[in-house]
Ligand binder design. Sequence first.
Ligand code: C5P
Length: 298
Amino acid sequence: MTEVMAKSIRVSPPAKINLHLRVGPPTPDGFHPLMSWMVTVGLFDNLEFVPISRPGVFLECDDPGIPCDASNLIVKTATALLESVKENEPGVTGLRAALQKRIPVGAAPGQSSSDGAFALLAMNELLKLNWSRGRLAELAAKFGSDLSFFFHGPSSICTGRGEIVNPTPPPKLRWAILILPKIHMATPAVYRRFDEMKMGQANALASVPDWRQWATLAAAEILPLLINDLEAPAFSLNPALAELHIRATQSLGRIVRMSGSGSTLFTLYDSEAEAIQAASHIQDQLQTRALPVQLCPA
Ligand code: C5P
């Protein structure tokens, strides 16, 4: 997924889903302790970097809906890395970055976290910095709880506020569909509603699944085990998402889960053919975008 050309580098940040997400009561800093099984899925952006002499990080994107200013995670992480290496790399002053947005915006969670993390992986290679993945992940974690996962994917258990990442075997089943409504869920609002609903139970994180055994299960065996504690608050905040969840479940005759804080919904399949058929069924029946995707693509 990495292509180095003369004085430039191109990477393909993947999307991810939370297969399982348990959330505990908030700690004094306002964050919530998590336990989540996260996997990459076969949907990718393209990100290219070229070193330039002008100081700073200059991002352009083919999607006009993506902010390219200092609020973009690519700009944030790349600027932080440039700052921390400038003493040792006086020749490197600036970077031009070009993002081709292919992961649906505002729908597939982790899309910007992935870009921010892969910006650091790309720069590490381009500038031959030889930072370890752990050191890059530590820098990245300052910019969001989800970024660390992308240094250790494709299948990991994330704890802490999401930044403590332990690789685990990928699920044996390799197919999912993503249901991508045009609904944007603001992560802080979902956690606030979780608190208002007093959903944070300390014992949510106490029973740790046997992840290795879970990885061996077929779709019909694992779906009933999966939980996302943020579904109830997300559905309470957005009744249209709650309604879509019910209709997708009924239409497929299958358990459907939400990923992260929404709005992406997903379900799992043992074969590509079943996933392709299910995605086209959802598009026809519910007029909502649905994509078949591979889990943990190579
Ligand atoms: O870290 P990230 O930028 O993804 O977090 C966005 C917001 O989600 C945080 O400001 C916080 O309100 C909430 N959050 C949380 N507990 C977590 C992760 C995120 O409360 N473990």
